[in-house]
Design a protein around this ligand. Structure first.
Ligand SMILES: CCCCCc1ccc(-c2ccc(S(=O)(=O)CCO)cc2)cc1[C@H]1C[C@H]1c1ccccn1
Length: 239
């Protein structure tokens, strides 16, 4: 558990990603709005790493009727993933480091003309008291970050290994403010910030990657948030 050899990296990357998610998209950050759908706004920065497109992505969304903890639990938990991750072909939990920290191996459906990809990453979920604003509800974060595992070396089979760092940061707002036992789902709004940097690992044409990201990310976040609303609507609220 917390004495696991990955723990220092998990702690460092999770807190770095929390800080990064809370930075705005205005100003000189170079963020460009590339997709909008109702409350969902998606930004990207055009970046390349050794000739590969690794465009960082930041999405902001406001979803009614669910809490930050409910959204993060659905994003983190393996049992829900096939319900919302459309590009998933296979998923295995290769290690359980703690109840809130897992290592996943996922293969994603091949996207023509590039070769099929897989991702090996640790996933950690935690709640963070929002230091700035005392009466705001807790923040919940899930951070996914590529890692290695002796049994699953990269590029050993048919798949090219992608390298990713992803975070989902959620905060619950209750409007109008009520005492906890009278809160109904229509009083809840969850503010979601999703950040991702995916290095495709092997060669993939910039034009193909940018087209794939432009198509897949908005679909992914809409499908994920709809899944959360549907999963939670008939269940007691989990704060
Ligand atoms: C030629 C394409 C190369 C890259 C393919 C690829 C692989 C993994 C991923 C990815 C892996 C994990 C995550 S997550 O947020 O941690 C959730 C858990 O599944 C998210 C996205 C993305 C993409 C890129 C398709 C793009 C794409 C974008 C949103 C959804 C699916 N595919």
């Amino acid at each position: 558990a917390k004495n696991h050899k990955l723990w220092p990296e998990i702690e460092k990357v999770t807190l770095e990603q929390l800080h990064y998610a809370r930075l705005g998209v205005g100003g000189a950050g170079g963020w460009q709005l590339f997709a909008e759908d109702g409350e969902m706004k998606m930004y990207r920065r055009e970046e390349e790493a050794d000739g590969l497109v690794v465009d960082p992505l930041k999405a902001c969304h406001m979803v009614k009727g669910v809490t930050a903890r409910e959204v993060c639990e659905i994003f983190f938990s393996p049992e829900y993933r096939s319900g919302w991750e459309a590009t998933l072909e296979d998923m295995t939990v290769v290690e359980t480091i703690a109840s809130d920290t897992l290592v996943f191996l996922q293969t994603h459906k091949r996207i023509w003309p590039a070769s099929q990809r897989d991702a090996l990453f640790w996933s950690h979920m935690r709640s963070v008291a929002d230091s700035e604003d005392q009466d705001a509800a807790d923040l919940w974060i899930v951070c996914n970050h590529s890692t290695e595992h002796p049994q699953y070396p990269p590029n050993s089979g048919k798949c090219v290994r992608v390298y990713l760092t992803v975070c989902l940061v959620c905060q619950t707002f209750i409007d109008p403010p009520k005492d906890p036992k009278n809160i109904r789902r229509e009083d809840l709004t969850c503010k979601i910030t999703y950040c991702s940097v995916v290095n495709p690992g092997g060669w993939a044409p910039a034009s193909v990657l940018r087209a794939v990201y432009k198509r897949e990310y908005p679909k992914f976040l809409k499908r994920f948030t709809s899944f959360c609303i549907d999963q939670c609507k008939d269940k007691p609220i989990l704060f």
